[in-house]
Design a protein around this ligand. Structure first.
Ligand code: NAI
Ligand code: MG
Length: 492
């Protein structure tokens, strides 16, 4: 039986790691403690892993600090070659990574395969960037030569969420290594597996021992001591705004820099002149992909009233066609919610809206996999006619819940789009280039997608404004987070 068949029948994937990856090898937790990770699609544990603590973090940071002089002095093109081999190894191990991701996170296999392909592409991209982190020269006239070099900042920490376990790991570890930094990563306790597998693949690709370490465990036991470690010079964090603020405060005590990718409540602006079929597909994908557990999900539909009734009807039909179930089952396009705790949070928001008399267009309930009667699921849900100050408009639900804000015209659409404290992304659907460019200019967001939600790739910078975060990942700009500029000026 192949790997997928065997995992489907046993509910487990053989050979998953159960230790930290420190100093180039597997390392049991110093205190010997273990935790369980659950398969959200069946609501049952599928594997055990190391429950780390501050002692494990100290060992990992020690090893990253020892590896720093080795890795930072490797020829940039040699660093690139290691990242290139890592991309190839990720592709060779794609099926195992994807199945592990489904078991840990509950997403569908198609989504997980896409994430793994994206991770390989990320390593390819930063492989090519390793020898292009160029300095500049400065015009001081003929009596001076002045230039800058980009030096790696040192040990970098990477705190990773559970909704996309492999993607943010790859997109922050790859540029850090390309720039010459070493890495200590902490995956979310709900989804530890793919970061561990990735660390071993990087080691097999030729990374020196200690250049990439992964310590598993809870945010309090592992994340907090990692964020507070004096030897960590940059922290890249993806997760909730509340935890991100704490990480930034910890970094401040050490005058370390941070990249924070935090929450979103991103508007999808649909204007009456749009291609309706295209907009329906994109609005559905923007909120129901990964069961809405995406920081950049299009969780608010801001729609011109002239199109409102027709659009909602077509969207409802589209959403009702979604096939919900275990991520490893055939023909599924809507997976599970990460944890029982998170499912409760989503249901709480929708119950609150119901109690306030909000109109439920479709969905609205927690549910189970119809094939097994198990798992943590929430129906794809649309709430219509929202007041702008309603909690489900203002707060990130982080689940498959779309809230609809009808507006009269493009001016009101822009105002509605900007009505929350979060400013991560925005979508705009229109055939009018002027309206598209106006929205792109006036909506506060780190990225704007016109006529294709989630458009872009590893080449395009990504990050949030205001309470959605600080700093940018992806693109060549990400190298700046892991580099410090030194200027050298010579009197001739
Ligand atoms: P969280 O922000 O607490 O967890 C994210 C990561 O931070 C995990 O690896 C966690 O172990 C770690 N962490 C937790 N406490 C820490 C601490 N004190 N110091 C250092 N690291 C720490 O998010 P959580 O509790 O899993 O989910 C809460 C809410 O956050 C969700 O309901 C969702 O709304 C939002 N969220 C947003 C994400 C995004 O991509 N923007 C990703 C995950 C959650
Ligand atoms: Mg938490």
């Amino acid at each position: 039986m192949d790997m997928l068949g065997a995992t489907r029948s046993s509910g487990r994937l053989a050979g998953l790691p159960d230790s930290h990856f420190i100093d180039g090898g597997w390392a049991a937790a110093a205190a010997g403690a273990m935790m369980e990770t659950c398969d959200p699609g069946s609501a049952s544990p599928h594997a055990r892993f190391a429950a780390g603590d501050a002692e494990d973090v100290a060992r990992a940071v020690d090893s990253a600090a020892r590896a720093f002089p080795v890795w930072s002095r490797a020829l940039p093109r040699e660093r690139g070659k290691v990242l290139s081999r890592a991309a190839e190894l990720v592709r060779q191990d794609a099926e195992r990574l994807a199945i592990a991701e489904v078991l840990d996170s509950g997403k569908t296999l198609a989504e997980a395969r896409g994430d793994v392909a994206g991770a390989a592409r990320t390593f390819d991209y930063y492989a090519g960037a390793a020898d292009k982190n160029e300095g500049r020269s400065f015009p001081l006239g003929e009596n001076y030569t002045s230039f800058s070099v980009n030096e790696p900042v040192g040990v970098s920490a990477h705190i990773i969420p559970w909704n996309y376990p492999l993607s943010p790991a790859a997109r922050s570890i790859a540029p850090a290594l390309a720039a010459g930094c070493t890495v200590v990563a902490k995956p979310a306790e709900q989804t530890p597996m793919t970061a561990l597998i990735l660390a071993e693949l990087l080691h097999r690709a030729g990374l020196p021992a200690g250049a990439c370490n992964v310590v598993t465990g809870t945010g309090a036991a592992v994340g907090a001591p990692l964020a507070a470690d004096r030897r960590v010079r940059h922290i890249t964090f993806t997760g909730s705004t509340a935890t991100g603020i704490g990480v930034m405060a910890a970094a401040a005590r050490n005058v370390a820099s941070v990249t924070l990718e935090l929450g979103g409540k991103s508007p999808n602006i649909v204007l009456a002149d749009c291609d309706i079929g295209l907009a329906v597909e994109n609005v559905a994908g923007a909120i129901f992909e990964n069961a809405g557990q995406i920081c950049s999900a299009g969780s608010r539909l801001v729609i011109e009233r002239a199109l409102h009734t027709e659009f909602i009807e077509r969207l409802r039909k589209r959403v009702r066609a979604l096939r919900l179930g275990h991520g490893l089952a055939d023909g599924i396009d809507f997976g599970a919610i990460s944890s029982a705790e998170h499912l409760k949070k989503i249901a709480g928001y929708v119950e609150g809206a119901k109690a306030r008399g909000v109109e439920i267009v479709t969905g609205g309930n927690a549910t189970v996999d119809p094939a097994t009667g198990r798992g943590w699921f929430f129906e794809p849900t649309i709430l219509d006619g929202m007041a702008w100050d309603d909690p489900v408009v203002q707060e990130e639900i982080f689940g498959p819940v779309l809230v609809v804000q009808p507006v009269d015209d493009v001016d009101e659409a822009i105002a509605a789009a900007n009505c929350t404290d979060l400013a991560l992304v925005a979508g705009v659907f229109t055939r009018d280039i002027s309206k598209a460019l106006r929205a792109a200019r006036e909506v506060d967001a780190g990225q704007v997608y016109v006529n294709e939600y989630f458009a872009g790739g590893i080449e395009t910078p990504f990050g949030g404004n205001r309470r959605s975060g600080i700093g940018r990942e992806k693109g060549l700009i990400a190298l700046a987070s892991y580099s410090k500029t030194k200027s050298v000026t010579i009197r001739i």
